[in-house]
Design a protein around this ligand. Structure first.
Ligand SMILES: [Zn+2]
Length: 312
């Protein structure tokens, strides 16, 4: 069953001020994240889907030490101890798992996206913590996207983020050329979408060099795909309007939710938009996949995040 759930901070988490966020979430999902223990079990399954195995010796059995805030697992062979959040995007965080999972739900299902100010109010953390949580989840989303290749019938079209109607032949400083690609069904409906910012080295003015297409295809399309078309001429009569519309909506969503963003973090937000769109197309499977990726993605620290924005 899917229904609209009203999450009120004043009621559910803390009581300083009430922020109401509405999103679509199943009853089953809420149950999964209702307690710290339930979240720990969920994270355990996501981290070790085939059961525990020691990071040092590979042994499949461990003792669970429950004297800390989060369970610790001690290998019954070599006695190596591993925290549940080690090696996940939550590593080093003092935020509760319940808040982390609520953030995952919010970023996945909030209809208009969620920014750090809203998340901070909704789950009761500081702005800096909320910002970091969101970026770490976007990092996991980007990793998930990077490991999913377009396949079957694939269509790719060039598009623009920012100032799309600029009549000048020169590229405007706020204009970011994009490539939007999708696996589609025989009716032309997208099944999985990716939107990628074109790196500057593949551009000549506002136009894409042929090597730009090749770069996109190499990194985003399965090598055996036989039915692949790529349109980059801006006014080609063969351009894929459905893909152009997806790119336009992505730009509008980014501008509305985050008041526009510069090129540094644009890719992370495009990935978030596509994740949410693909969640609509593919349902719960994508959310579970993100949870798994969150448990598997290498930890990302605040200084590292500032130095190395997501570029793919
Ligand atoms: Zn061991």
């Amino acid at each position: 069953m899917v229904y609209i759930f009203i999450f009120q901070r004043g009621v559910s988490m803390a009581d300083e001020r009430t922020i109401t966020v509405t999103w679509k979430v199943s009853e089953e999902q809420l149950q999964l994240f209702s307690t710290e223990e339930a979240c720990a079990d969920m994270l355990f399954t996501a981290k070790w889907p085939d059961g525990f195995h020691c990071a040092r010796c590979g042994h499949p059995h461990a003792y669970k030490i429950t004297t800390r805030r989060l369970p610790l697992f001690e290998c019954s062979s070599c006695h190596y101890q591993e925290s549940l959040i080690a090696g996940t995007i939550m590593e080093g965080s003092r935020t509760t798992l319940r808040k982390w999972f609520h953030a995952l739900l919010l970023i996945s299902y909030a209809p208009c996206g969620i920014n750090a100010v809203q998340l901070s109010g909704a789950i009761g953390v500081t702005y800096k913590t909320a910002w970091l949580i969101l970026h770490k989840i976007r990092y996991a989303i980007s990793k998930a996207d990077a490991s999913t290749m377009l396949s079957g019938i694939v269509r790719v079209n060039s598009a623009l983020y920012g100032r799309p109607h600029n009549p000048s032949v020169n590229r405007h400083i706020q204009e970011q050329p994009l490539l939007v690609g999708a696996s589609i069904n025989t009716e032309g409906e997208p099944l999985y979408v990716k939107i990628k910012r074109v790196p500057d080295e593949y551009l000549q003015g506002r136009n894409l060099r042929p090597s730009g297409n090749q770069h996109f295809i190499q990194h985003n399309v399965e090598s055996k795909t036989g039915d692949l078309e790529c349109i980059t001429a801006r006014f080609s009569p063969r351009r894929f309007h459905r893909l152009l519309s997806v790119a336009k909506k992505a730009g509008q969503w980014i501008n509305a939710a985050y008041h526009g963003i510069g090129p540094k973090h644009l890719q992370a937000y495009l990935n978030e938009y596509c994740y949410r769109l693909n969640l609509e197309f593919q349902g719960e499977a994508i959310f579970r996949y993100l949870t798994q990726l969150s448990a598997a993605a290498a930890p990302l620290t605040y200084p590292k995040l500032l130095r190395f924005p997501i570029i793919s």
